[in-house]
Design a protein around this ligand. Structure first.
Ligand code: 5GP
Ligand code: MN
Length: 316
């Protein structure tokens, strides 16, 4: 069983690093911190390296331990969480240089790029995969660990609303309420609180929203100038793709964001009930989940829009 090998690998390593994807969301950060707790419970220490993340997640237990980088050149073991593709790992050199690598994830498009891969594509969050690992290793989930895990589950399920939630999601949540995890507080912090810059970006995104294909598709964008003007910080674009998704009659929402003043856009896609946006993003070298996916496309706003729409029209 892969999990037995993972346990052995952690126990045999001294210098361990935990990494996740760039532009990390609550599941990425929650999974990273929960994995650090897991390693500690097994009697080892691990660095968590996340170069940039939204300050809204600073409330998470041990968030102050997060490093932007490390002076260690070669770790014995690197663990990547919530990341489908080695290319997307933030500070991926620590992964590339490590003697052994482990991947823990829930993306159907995971490239299985670790020496050991534990991937459950039907899990609604990487944090839910980790719950299973804590249980398998028979490690008690404390209130602190539970807060990290539930943060990932709440963000990736949109507050228990997306497909993929299952009886275990709620059973586990019930157990956490019993040990004192404050769900309303997490919910408020990660789903209801927006930064002022995020609100300003949402206004621009709404004003620019185009309705295509008889209102079945929305398209909108922000560029580097927008982010500069509103003083955007890491994570301030989170949730903007959902504005289009939640409009009546919309099946596919497309939101693109300029990458570092170049002719390159980070694409975020969401779908309602039928279109598999992960398949569309896969065409462009990206991936994700059937109802939420992303990729990186070269071009101007109009060119990127055309490239994506060509693929969207095939499946509408
Ligand atoms: P978001 O639109 O919130 O950035 O990402 C939605 C989902 O797609 C997440 O699960 C994310 O990990 C995945 N995703 C976003 N961009 C990429 C990408 O470029 N490559 C891959 N493989 N997955 C991506
Ligand atoms: Mn995730």
């Amino acid at each position: 069983m892969t999990l037995d090998e993972i346990l052995k690998e952690i126990k045999n390593s001294e210098k361990i690093v935990i990494l996740t994807h760039e532009s990390p969301d609550g599941d990425a950060i929650g999974s990273s911190l929960a994995t650090q707790f897991l390693v500690q419970e097994l009697g080892k220490e691990a660095d968590v390296i996340i170069p940039e993340y939204s300050r809204l997640f600073n409330f998470l237990p041990n968030a102050s331990n997060i490093l932007e980088e490390s002076s260690m050149e070669k770790y014995d073991l690197a663990i990547a969480v919530d990341c489908a593709d080695e290319k997307r790992i933030a500070q991926k050199q620590y992964f590339e240089n490590a003697t052994k690598t482990i991947v823990i994830d829930h993306h159907g498009t995971n490239q299985m790029y670790g020496d050991l891969n534990f991937v459950n594509p039907v899990s609604p969050a990487c944090c839910e995969v980790l719950v299973g690992i804590f249980q398998y290793f028979d490690i008690k989930i404390s209130k602190e660990i539970g807060t990290c895990l539930l943060t990932g589950i709440i963000t990736d399920t949109g507050g228990f609303r997306h497909e993929g939630i299952n009886p275990e999601t709620f059973e586990f949540t019930a157990d956490l309420i019993r040990i004192g995890v404050n769900i309303p507080d997490i919910y408020k912090r990660v789903l209801r609180t927006n930064t002022r810059a995020n609100f300003e970006l949402a206004k621009r995104v709404s004003n620019r929203m185009e309705f295509l294909e008889d209102g079945k598709v929305t398209f909108t964008y922000i560029d580097a100038k927008d982010e500069e003007e509103v003083g955007a910080q890491p994570g301030d674009h989170e949730g903007l793709v959902e504005i289009g998704r939640d409009i009546e009659g919309v099946e596919v929402s497309i939101f693109i964001r300029q990458k570092e003043k170049e002719d390159k856009y980070k694409v975020s896609m969401r779908s309602g009930n039928t279109v598999n946006v992960s398949d569309i993003c896969f065409v462009f070298g990206g991936g994700g989940h059937p109802r939420a996916a992303g990729c990186l496309i070269q071009g101007t706003v109009e060119e990127v829009k055309e490239k994506i729409m060509k693929e969207v029209k095939k499946v509408l």
